[in-house]
Design a protein around this ligand. Structure first.
Ligand code: SF4
Ligand code: SF4
Ligand code: SF4
Length: 538
């Protein structure tokens, strides 16, 4: 049987087993000591005070290893509502690891507080009230101390401008019209997706705490439910950059199933009350977008898809030919996306079992526990998109760069709030793979799998707006569509006409663009042909 299946099949089987063992190992293995790595837990004395009153942050750092005793300095950063901050270094007790620090809070509004010891503790927060302030008169905005990195922004603008020139030039070529237009749309949408980050509170005349920027940009109030984390979308519009206009569906699924029910962050679902309405609205938005627009999000919108396309352009520029998986391997590889999606949903349900059903299925899911601290959004800890988002956030001056790397230099299990070693490792592997194998991540992307579930299979397939159609009599079996497809879809070539849309097609329309036979391939929207192949050889 093995001989028949071939080496790639075996490799896929072994890879699945190893990956499953690693996941099980990480979840089941207990840390070597009662605490693990550079770990910190902390609580705050009050969550609401009057202006110029004190709050006290008390906590404990892990002293599990000898070397932990060398540096016992904890930094507690109190971030004002205007994003200026006060750093308070404090020495933890060398016997117990305990520390305590008191700070006067001198500005009304919401303060974020970050106790940092190698790893950033879950964020704490305090609302500061000024009893003398006229509530109709918002406090003046103090200039943010986060200075945009002009050099990086200039480099980004230059790169995008060069891309725009390429896109416009490509429009003149018969076989690059759709691709060039697509590239243009992808680049433009990156700015729209992260628009909130660029304008944020520094430009708008209202304090960010009063009117979140994204409320100006998208319908954030749906059926009376505020979409305070951004509108849920089925592509990697990452949750982690602040000022976001949209938020990735995978984050929504993980955090709405596994609620952070005691942190007061605002997104947790209360399974006994109207929180369920919020859950329903978020899931309905994700499903509706997937049903109607499907994988257009992958081909035309997703910023990570754009990243892989840029790698392809780079590979072509240095004249290295692409590689293809075998057809059998590619089909099996594609199934992995559904496995990852199922895994993250099952884990979220297991982790959230106490809130959902009143019984904790695994330990560590309680507040401050191992799972709660590190795996509350398990996929985000390995997601290859996250480093880009946090880096972009730092570039426009919304996050302190040192926070990004706070947890990326240690062992893999040192997972944290921002980028982790695992995020960088996965990004490295995906980058190398996508350079040679076009859109390789798309083939196993759990978000792509989610869209496919609600778009490419009955009954959703019947109501989906877009589909690829083939006119069998006009197809000469030249095989161009098969060769140019970035995800190695073979059905457009193999099928005997009619609907040829498949679950791993990203709707890039390269096949329609490159098919040299008039009207052999068509893009249909709501049953009407909106685009068809042309004889570009004329
Ligand atoms: S880290 Fe990845 S999965 Fe998580 S919210 Fe960001 S893009 Fe989505
Ligand atoms: S490129 Fe067009 S003509 Fe050639 S196989 Fe594909 S659909 Fe048929
Ligand atoms: S089948 Fe066509 S539209 Fe779909 S991914 Fe391949 S080239 Fe793009």
């Amino acid at each position: 049987m093995w001989k028949k299946r071939g080496i790639k099949s075996k490799a896929f089987f072994v890879f699945t087993i190893v990956a499953s063992l690693i996941v099980i190992g990480v979840l089941v293995c207990q840390p070597v000591s009662s605490c693990y790595g550079p770990h910190i837990t902390a609580t705050i004395s009050d969550t609401q005070i009057n202006i110029n009153e004190n709050v006290t942050v008390t906590g404990t750092v892990c002293l599990g290893l000898e070397e932990d005793l060398i540096n016992l300095t904890v930094r507690v950063t109190f971030v004002r509502p205007d994003y200026s901050w006060i750093d308070q270094p404090v020495e933890a007790d060398s016997e117990t690891g305990e520390f305590s620090v008191t700070q006067k809070l001198d500005m009304a509004g919401y303060w974020n507080i970050f106790p940092i010891y190698g790893h950033i503790n879950d964020r704490l927060g305090v609302t500061v009230i000024d009893p003398l302030a006229d509530s109709s008169d918002p406090p003046p905005i103090v200039g943010s101390p986060f200075k945009p990195n002009l050099l990086l922004i200039a480099a980004a603008v230059t790169t995008v401008s060069i891309g725009a020139v390429f896109a416009v030039t490509g429009l003149k070529k018969k076989t690059r019209k759709i691709s060039s237009f697509r590239l243009f749309i992808q680049v433009a949408l990156v700015f729209l997706i992260f628009f909130g980050m660029f304008v944020d509170h520094e430009i708008l005349p209202q304090p960010a705490s009063k009117i979140p920027v994204h409320e100006f940009l998208v319908g954030t109030n749906v059926l009376g439910v505020s979409m305070s984390d951004g509108f849920p979308v089925p592509f990697f519009g990452c949750y982690y950059p602040c000022g976001k206009t949209v938020t990735c569906a995978l984050w929504e699924i993980q955090t709405y199933i596994y609620p952070f029910w005691q942190t007061g962050r605002g997104w947790g679902v209360d399974y006994n009350s109207s929180g369920l309405v919020r859950l329903a609205v978020v899931f309905a938005a994700i499903i509706l977008l997937s049903v109607l627009l499907g994988k257009f999000f992958c081909g035309w919108v997703c910023p990570f898809g754009l990243y892989m396309d840029l790698l392809t352009y780079l590979r072509k520029a240095v004249k290295i030919p692409h590689r293809d998986f075998s057809e059998v391997f590619n089909k099996k590889f594609h199934q992995l996306g559904y496995v990852i999606l199922a895994l993250l949903i099952v884990l979220s349900v297991i982790f959230g079992s106490e809130a959902i059903a009143g019984a904790q299925l695994v330990s560590g899911t309680e507040e401050g526990g191992f799972v709660y601290q590190y795996f509350s959004a398990p996929f985000c800890q390995v997601c290859p998109m996250k480093p880009f988002c946090v880096l972009l956030e730092s570039t426009v001056g919304l996050i302190r760069p040192e926070w990004i790397f706070q947890v990326t230099t240690g062992a893999f299990y040192e997972l944290g709030y921002y980028v982790t070693s695992l995020n960088l490792l996965v990004l490295g592997v995906v980058t190398a793979a996508a350079f040679f194998y076009r859109r390789s991540w798309c083939r196993i992307c759990p978000l792509g799998a989610l869209i496919a579930l609600f778009n490419r299979f009955p009954p959703f397939k019947w109501v989906s707006l877009f589909r690829l159609d083939k006119v069998e009599e006009k197809c000469t079996k030249c095989g161009i569509c098969k060769r140019v497809c970035p995800t190695q879809v073979t059905e457009v070539y193999d099928k005997k006409g009619g609907d040829v849309t498949t679950s791993n097609c990203i709707m890039c329309l390269r096949c329609v663009e490159m098919c040299p036979y008039e009207d052999a391939l068509r893009l249909k929207a709501a049953g009407k042909t909106v685009l068809k192949s042309r004889n570009w050889l004329k």
